[in-house]
Design a protein around this ligand. Structure first.
Ligand code: GTR
Length: 419
């Protein structure tokens, strides 16, 4: 009896301790503008030693590489090497979208051999094209057998939502009719989105024998996915039907973070588009609104390098903030999209990052007029830095796609082909 009570007491106190520990480890989520702490954003136009970045060449030759190195070492991780000997199998081509398009499946042989590791790129192109077409490329989280034939795989499907987010045939046909192609890659091939398995893709092959985890500044899942987008670009450069100088990196949420990081590093991407990318993407870390650095690192320890964990609840010590990630895309156009109900991703923090990236674009001679704060609902604004906030939830919707196509048209001077 006494022993039973003692046991009960021990179990109860252990549980209470655990609950209070969890409570204190995870600060409450802030959704109140009035609670956003005072903060000062790092100036993208200052070198780490405090001196001013005065000219475009200061930026391009010295400040950009300095910032890129900081983001690599402290956040996204040092990328994997380019796969020496990589080869592409000849594409398998089929009709798609009721004859409006073609679907190409391309196997990338990373070691250049049929037995070595292989990844698939699925590319849809308009069937009737006089010239090479611009292409959107994005990573998705769907299982392989769910890939064909819809373009919904350019983003993650929120649980339970199948209507608007994955619009099926219509959206795919629409993108093709507007004279664009789109390509999808499966995240699982590159790095499974799972803290226990993420090294089973391309990361594992870069580990030394016996090494279980990448080092503290080595790239993890987001780095591997961004690396994957660049491998797709390697392929596009070999495909005469693709205009490889007009490739757009696009992604929703974690894949929005990925698209920005891919374009920040790989200057061959002509445009970067972030759809609701939030913390670790377009949203400022220092605002502590919605998802925070600590929250993301605790829930997704396999996304960023472990050096980034040093900034959990210490965002003010980061040597950069996310406006500088957007600035790394300059002078190329960048587009940030938020959703009004997506408070976890801090829509206002995404807009503020877009605004704070403006000085870099201006230094490089790009027009950034038109971005308004507060931004009007459901209306795109801005020139080289585009932004919209639409009504509704965390998702990539038809409305978002229309803005992206218009944005790309405007910057490419692109007109849909006459069918
Ligand atoms: C959330 C995560 C976000 C965002 C999102 C997604 O759970 O906290 O950072 O990336 O997932 O990818 O859908």
């Amino acid at each position: 009896m006494v022993r039973g009570r003692l046991l009960l007491f021990l179990v109860a106190t252990t549980m209470a301790f655990r609950i209070s520990w969890l409570w204190s480890a995870e600060p409450a989520v802030n959704y109140d503008e009035a609670q956003v702490p005072a903060y000062e954003l790092p100036d993208p136009l200052r070198f780490s030693d405090g001196t001013a970045v005065a000219t475009a060449s200061d930026w391009t030759e010295r400040r950009r590489p300095e910032l890129l190195a900081l983001f690599r070492k402290q956040m996204y991780g040092v990328p994997l090497a380019h796969p020496a000997g990589m080869k592409f199998d000849p594409p398998q081509v089929a009709e798609a979208y009721g004859g409006k398009g073609i679907r190409k499946s391309i196997w990338v042989r990373l070691a250049g051999t049929a037995e070595g590791p292989a990844l698939e790129i699925v590319l849809y192109l308009p069937k009737h094209q006089a010239n090479p077409v611009p292409v959107f490329v994005g990573m998705h989280l769907f299982p392989k057998n769910d890939v064909d034939p819809r373009p919904g795989q350019l983003w993650q499907r929120p649980a339970g939502d199948t209507e608007t987010v994955v619009p099926g045939e219509q959206l795919g046909s629409y993108i093709l009719e507007r004279g664009y192609g789109f390509a999808t890659l499966t995240a699982e091939d590159f790095a499974p989105d799972d803290a226990k398995r993420y090294t089973r893709g391309v990361i594992g092959s870069a580990l030394a024998t016996g090494q279980q985890e990448p080092g503290p500044d080595a790239g993890r899942a987001i780095a591997a996915w961004a690396w994957g987008l660049s491998r797709a670009l390697d392929y596009f450069e070999t495909d005469p039907q693709v205009d490889s100088r007009r490739v757009i990196a696009v992604g929703h949420s974690r894949m929005g973070k990925t698209a920005l990081w891919a374009a920040a590093q790989d200057e061959r991407f002509a445009i970067a588009i972030s759809n609701n990318s939030g913390c670790g993407g377009a949203a400022l870390s220092r605002r502590i609104f919605g998802e925070t650095v600590g929250a993301i690192n605790r829930r997704f320890p396999h996304w960023f390098c472990t050096n980034f964990w040093n900034y959990n609840e210490r965002e003010g010590e980061l040597p950069f903030d996310q406006h500088e990630l957007l600035a790394l895309v300059a002078p190329r156009p960048v587009y940030v999209a938020s959703a009004a109900d997506d408070r976890w991703a801090d829509p206002h923090g995404e807009l503020l990052a877009a605004l704070a990236a403006q000085p870099v674009y201006q230094l490089l001679g790009r027009n950034v007029d038109g971005l308004a704060d507060p931004a009007p609902l459901n209306r795109s604004s801005g020139d080289f830095i585009g932004y919209h906030i639409r009504t509704g939830k965390h998702a990539l919707m038809d409305f978002d796609w229309v803005q992206y196509l218009d944005f790309a048209d405007r910057h490419f001077g692109h007109r849909p082909p006459v069918q």
